[in-house]
Each structure stands twice: as structure tokens, then as C-alpha cells.
Write a protein that binds this ligand. Structure first.
Ligand code: GCU
Length: 413
């Protein structure tokens, strides 16, 4: 216990929240290859620079997926043409994967507006089960492992009706449906439970003989969650009601990290929204402010691949930074959002990352952040690379969704 307190106080004491104390750091140029060649066209970016950056993030940050697993079967568990007071169609569809006599299933909760055909969809994970995002009584409660949460009445790592609707504040379903978009969500714990244990979730389906954890360059949990988003996309391609070329991957915090990696890996995503994704997400790793790599890798050893740990307290050795992850999403629309009180996630580091990714968007004639300074709170920039910092804390609010919808109306329609 004493040790715990000591280590907590050390990591807190080491957290830098003073802008003037951020040391100088190198920003690796997205347009200079590892060999030092200059990239000046989008063709050259796609041919040589993008692949080497993508491979670096895959093998040294998030970890590679060992094998391409296809959906074995999908099963419509439930459907209602008159959901949300008659304005939406609700579908709950379970995707099942099998390999080596093992099985994994996860359920997508999907709301589509009734008055729109070929719907564009926001797809994002939730933290505590599909039933938490709405009061809708018909949403099935997941049986997957979950973290306990007193405030939500979650005990024994089990979800119950006590937590129904507890997260409606983070999901502006009415605004989304009224604007003509669909919303799809998945409980992330069904794809991979968020604990340092690789015996469950998707990982163990793909182990070789005598393997019981991912190899140093193989996927951690963030890559597993990103994989799940791509599998949802595989399903969307079979659903004629969805416009699969207009699906935006969305995520908050650790799930924002997963959405970014999904968008970088899978170019079928039409765009990506990173809400307060912070360290290992949109925020620059080399900038010493808020959460650091050593802290994230210690507290969440299962999130990134083992290779990434060599950069703990050694960010200078990294030949990439997170703006280059964002650049992998180019030329598709990208929204990075911060919150003023969310200093742990380093709002300025998130802004700079979006700004430094913009040179790649410019190769495609798309408008990024350019030479703009960080905007004041609640003054969004809605270019192809979009950014806002809102007042308030680490969260997803109606304000955030209002911005995402406005921006999607400009860049997705
Ligand atoms: C922790 C973690 C962050 C993460 C956040 C979340 O605060 O340090 O990196 O983004 O959890 O997912 O809520």
C-alpha cells in the first residue's frame, strides 16, 4: 500500500502542466522519408512515405494483427422499425468469429434514421455496454467482463439493468438521427476486455502453438479494438441501408486512440473523430506535458505492443510522432477535439499534432490547420483537418456532437 502511494505521488509529481517548462522537442517531418528523401507529391507519399510510416506504427506502437480473420457469421438478434419514438430503425446484430476451435462474438447496436436512404454512419465504441448509451429498454445487456463502477451500479464485473442509460449524456442520438446520420456502437469489452490479460478477447483466437500472449510486435488492446471497428465495416458493406463509403470512426479517450488507428489502417473509413484521445492518440508523444509514454505503458501495459515500451522516458529515440499517425488518415476528413480542463491529454499537443499533419493533407489540395494558431475555446476550425477545444472536462458533450455533425455536413455530403 505504502509503495502504491509512493509510486502514485512520484508519477503525479513528475507530470508537467506548465507550458513554459515543456522542453524543446524535434518534430519529425511527415514529408521526409527515413532515408532523408523529400516527398513533394501525393503519389510519392502513397508510394514510399505512407507505407514506411504505417509499418513503423504497426510494428512499434500498436502492434500488428497476426492474421486477417473474416466474419464467420452474423446474426440479427433484434430489430425494430419504430425505435426512438418512431423516427429510427434499430438493429442489434451479432458478428461471430471462429478460429482454432475458439469463438468470439460482439454485438453492434445500430440506429438508422427512417427518412434517409443510404445513410452515413458514426461508428464508435462505448465503455460500459450498448445499453448505457440510451434509455431504450430493448437494448440487449452484454454478458462480457466489465470494470466495476459504483456510480453506475456495476459490481462483480457484470453489467445489469442498473446501468441502463447511464451514459446517454455522451451520445447525442436525437441530434445525430435528426441530422440524417446513423449511429452504430459496440461495447469495447466484447472485442477485448480492458485488462492486462491476453487469455481472452480476440487475441487468443490467433495464437500459434504454445503462444499465450502477443509477440513483441503483435497487437495490444488498442489494435484489437481498431480491428473490431474494421470488422463492423465488413458488416456494413453487406447492409444495403448503410452507405459504407460514408462511415466515420469516432472515439473518446482510449477509444479515440483506437478510432485513429482504425482510420490509419483501414482506408474504407471516410473520416475519423478523435475526442480527447490524448497520449498514444492525437497528442504528440515527444512533448512533455500531461501523460507520458512511461506512465501510460506502466498503467496500461496491454494497450500498446511490447516494442513500444522501449520509448518509456526515451521519447527522443522515436523516429515518428503522433502527427504522423494523423497524416496516415489523409486525405480523409479528420477531427481532433480537446477539452480545456483535460490537461492530462495535453490539448495543445493534440492541436499541434493536427497542425503538423496538415502538410500531407495539403499535398492533396485539402485544407488543414495551415499556419493558424491554436484557437480560443469554443471557436472550432472546420476544415478537412478540423479542431476545437471546448470548455469543460474530459468527456463527450452535446457541444462536441454539434460540431461533428456540422463538419460532417460540410465534408461528407
Ligand atoms: C486514462 C489514460 C488515458 C486515457 C483515459 C481514458 O486517463 O491515462 O490515456 O485516454 O484513461 O480512456 O479515459
Amino acid at each position: 500500500m505504502l509503495l502504491f502511494f509512493i509510486s502514485m505521488s512520484i508519477s503525479k509529481a513528475q507530470t508537467n502542466y506548465t507550458e513554459s517548462e515543456v522542453p524543446f522537442f524535434e518534430v519529425p517531418n511527415p514529408l521526409t522519408t527515413f532515408k532523408g528523401e523529400t516527398i513533394s507529391t501525393n503519389t510519392a507519399w502513397e508510394k514510399s512515405r505512407r507505407p514506411e510510416l504505417h509499418a513503423f506504427f504497426r510494428e512499434n506502437v500498436y502492434g500488428r494483427v497476426p492474421e486477417n480473420l473474416k466474419i464467420d457469421s452474423y446474426n440479427i438478434l433484434e430489430q425494430d422499425h419504430n425505435a426512438l419514438n418512431g423516427k429510427a430503425k434499430r438493429t442489434q446484430v451479432e458478428l461471430t468469429f471462429t478460429k482454432n476451435n475458439k469463438e468470439l462474438s460482439f454485438t453492434i447496436l445500430l440506429y438508422l434514421p427512417k427518412h434517409v436512404k443510404n445513410t452515413a454512419v458514426f461508428l464508435g465504441y462505448n465503455f460500459y455496454g450498448n445499453h448505457t448509451i440510451t434509455e431504450d429498454e430493448s437494448v440487449i445487456i452484454s454478458t462480457a467482463w466489465t470494470d466495476n463502477n459504483k456510480e453506475f451500479g456495476i459490481e462483480n464485473n457484470t453489467l445489469t439493468a442498473a446501468s441502463r442509460g447511464k451514459r446517454t449524456n455522451r451520445w447525442a442520438i436525437d441530434k445525430i438521427i435528426d441530422a440524417g446520420y446513423g449511429l452504430a456502437t459496440i461495447y469495447y469489452g466484447e472485442v477485448d476486455p480492458d485488462k492486462n490479460d491476453f487469455s481472452d478477447g480476440i487475441h487468443h483466437l490467433l495464437y500459434g502453438e504454445n503462444q499465450n500472449q502477443p509477440k513483441p510486435d503483435e497487437w495490444g488492446s488498442i489494435a484489437a479494438w481498431a480491428w473490431g471497428l474494421s470488422k463492423a465495416m465488413d458488416y456494413f458493406e453487406t447492409n444495403p441501408e448503410i452507405e459504407a463509403t460514408k462511415v466515420i470512426a469516432f472515439g473518446h479517450s482510449r477509444l479515440g486512440k483506437a478510432a485513429l488507428w482504425a482510420g490509419a489502417n483501414d482506408q474504407r473509413f471516410a473520416g475519423v473523430i478523435s475526442n480527447n484521445s490524448g497520449c498514444g492518440g492525437a497528442a504528440m508523444s515527444k512533448r512533455k506535458y500531461g501523460e507520458t509514454l512511461a506512465v501510460i505503458n506502466q498503467r496500461f501495459p496491454h494497450w500498446f505492443c511490447t516494442n513500444f515500451k522501449q520509448y518509456n522516458n526515451n521519447e527522443e529515440a522515436l523516429v515518428v510522432d503522433q502527427h504522423q499517425l494523423l497524416a496516415l488518415i489523409a486525405p480523409r476528413p479528420l477531427y481532433v477535439a480537446s477539452a480545456e480542463e483535460d490537461r492530462w491529454a495535453d490539448p495543445r499537443g493534440e492541436f499541434l499534432s493536427a497542425k503538423y499533419a496538415s502538410s500531407v493533407y495539403e499535398l492533396y489540395g485539402k485544407k488543414g490547420i495551415g499556419d493558424m494558431e491554436m484557437p480560443s475555446t469554443n471557436l472550432p476550425i472546420h476544415n478537412t483537418v478540423a479542431y476545437h477545444i471546448r470548455t469543460g472536462k474530459h468527456d463527450v458533450t452535446d457541444y462536441d456532437w454539434e460540431q461533428y455533425i456540422k463538419w460532417a455536413n460540410i465534408h461528407l455530403r
